[in-house]
Design a protein around this ligand. Structure first.
Ligand code: SAH
Length: 206
């Protein structure tokens, strides 16, 4: 099987199992996940599982990227901040939906940030902005964002992130220490209304 066939087979299985929106499905069929995983892991790129990417970090499983993209209900032109670039795969899926120039991503580890930036450029998502730094501070210079999501677990949404959300914007991420719950927050008249989307397992926010 070619990589395209393996990618389509994976997405077919995901679409059968989960209720995946059309835009998300199209993005998953397009982004070459095998280009984002370490070379030694290429053969596992189209299995639905997280994989190690160095620095004790992991690329999320494809179904988790799909679920998060769907919950966020991303539309073309949405301005998005991602906390935890990792290898850049999730950022590329987001960019496929909203447009690369609208995606900002902060990564704590310099080696990962640099590698993600170059992989994004090589795969056609070079306009995604990646910065190395502490994601808890967000990216003030580019605020406000329509959407902010975290790919690492915090005990609570960091206050600067909520402040950098536009009114009516949505923030999504795993909250909790031992037990993590994928939590969605929407700003309504300045306060955050929450909805839970079940138990998840992510690496911790540093
Ligand atoms: N979205 C990624 C998944 C990355 S795993 C992908 O598609 O590959 C979570 C990432 O969050 C790790 O790379 C980790 O280094 C990063 N991270 C942890 N704490 C952070 C912080 N305080 N600020 C920014 N990134 C952080």
């Amino acid at each position: 099987m070619t990589v395209e066939e393996r990618r389509n087979a994976l997405v077919n299985r995901l679409v059968e199992r989960e209720n995946i929106g059309e835009r998300t499905e199209a993005a998953l069929r397009t982004v070459p996940r095998h280009e984002f995983v370490p070379p030694s892991r290429t053969s596992d790129a189209y299995r639905d599982r997280p994989l190690p990417i160095g620095q004790s970090q992991t690329i999320s499983a494809p179904h988790m990227v799909a679920v998060m993209t769907d919950i966020l209900g991303l539309s073309p032109g949405d301005r998005v901040l991602e906390i935890g670039t990792g290898c850049g795969y999730h950022a590329a899926v987001t960019a496929e939906v909203v447009g690369s120039e609208h995606v900002y991503s902060v990564e704590y580890h310099e080696a990962l940030a640099e590698r993600a930036q170059s992989t994004l450029a090589e795969t056609g998502y070079g306009e995604v902005s990646v910065r190395c730094g502490d994601g808890k501070q967000g990216w003030e210079a580019n605020a406000p964002f329509d959407v902010i999501y975290l790919t690492c677990a915090a005990s609570e949404f960091p206050a600067p992130l909520v402040e950098q959300l536009r009114d009516g914007g949505v923030i999504l991420g795993p909250l909790g220490d031992d037990v993590q719950i994928l939590t969605e927050g929407r700003t309504v008249d300045g306060s955050l209304q929450r909805e839970s989307h079940g138990r998840v397992r992510f690496v911790p926010l540093k």
